[in-house]
Ligand binder design. Structure first.
Ligand SMILES: Nc1ncnc2c1ncn2[C@@H]1O[C@H](COP(=O)(O)OP(=O)(O)OP(=O)(O)O)[C@@H](O)[C@H]1O
Ligand SMILES: [Mg+2]
Length: 251
């Protein structure tokens, strides 16, 4: 589903190379975890997947279902079924969460050649999904993410994923500020979204999160490259022994 081949990317402004020959394949049905020390390029990778203009791909390719996405703008990527949840979610002042959800869902339907949802249909879907997340509908009248607590942002993120049903979800999780409840929201959300025709990539520092999610594959990102891949045992090993061993092996 997702194939990243020998990707090199740099900061557009000053030319610093951050991603340096990264290879990664994530198959449909898979939950992949990306781990790695601070500053290794994990969030940068998620921005590049989203199509942010601050980064320039200089070499390699990113294929989604066999087709390169490099020439697609962020909106095209989203409507083709790629969903990115960032480490620091964007706040959208002035737009009620509800309104944001409606625009996002209808943009996706339009891209698929489907009619927009009627208001009652839309409301029913949002109500049903927010109930499963124990989210108060009143919160959805507030602007997206503005003043949301960490846990509320996580809920809003999972709500969007459940409504949009993307084919590829990439979630960048903070290593701080996620309390046990938020961890559980993320884990339950990911587990509910597991499906044979969907791939989920979770960027995380948490072995604890991975105990709840149990990834199919674990990849270590270091200095802009995947230096080691394995299964869930790799995450457990990193938790016990740290990154030094894996980095030493790769050097
Ligand atoms: N726009 C930018 N300007 C300057 N430096 C940048 C920019 N974007 C990324 N970097 C640098 O690239 C490196 C990778 O950053 P990135 O945020 O991808 O790391 P990360 O693996 O997500 O780290 P963490 O685990 O702390 O979230 C860091 O050294 C960062 O300072
Ligand atoms: Mg990061």
């Amino acid at each position: 589903m997702l194939e990243i081949k020998n990707l090199h990317a740099r900061i557009a402004e000053d030319g610093t190379e951050i991603i340096r020959g990264l290879n990664l394949t994530v198959n449909a049905g898979e939950v992949a975890a990306i781990m790695g020390p601070n500053g290794s390029g994990k969030s940068t990778l998620s921005y590049i997947l989203a199509g942010r203009e601050d980064y320039e791909v200089t070499e390699g390719d990113i294929l989604f279902n066999g087709e390169s996405i490099l020439e697609m703008d962020p909106a095209e990527r989203a409507s083709s079924g790629i969903f990115l949840a960032f480490q620091y979610p964007m706040e959208i002042p002035g737009v009620a969460t509800m309104e944001f959800l409606k625009v996002a869902m209808n943009a996706q339907r339009k891209a698929r050649g489907e009619e927009p949802l009627t208001v009652p249909e839309f409301l029913k879907r949002v109500k049903d999904v927010s109930a499963t997340l124990q989210m108060d509908m009143n919160m959805l009248k507030r602007p997206l993410n503005v003043g949301f607590s960490g846990g509320e942002k996580k809920r809003a993120e999972i709500l969007q994923m459940k409504l949009l049903q993307p084919k590829l979800c990439v979630m960048d999780e903070t290593d701080s500020g996620l309390d046990i409840d938020a961890l559980k929201i993320v884990a339950d959300g990911v587990n509910a979204l597991r499906s044979p025709d969907r791939a989920i990539v979770v960027i995380t520092h948490y072995q604890r999160l991975l105990e709840h999610i149990v990834p199919d594959t674990v990849h270590v990102l270091y200095r802009g490259q995947i230096i080691k891949s394995g299964d869930k045992d790799l995450a457990a090993d990193l938790e016990t022994n740290g990154y030094a061993g894996v980095i030493g092996e790769a050097a």
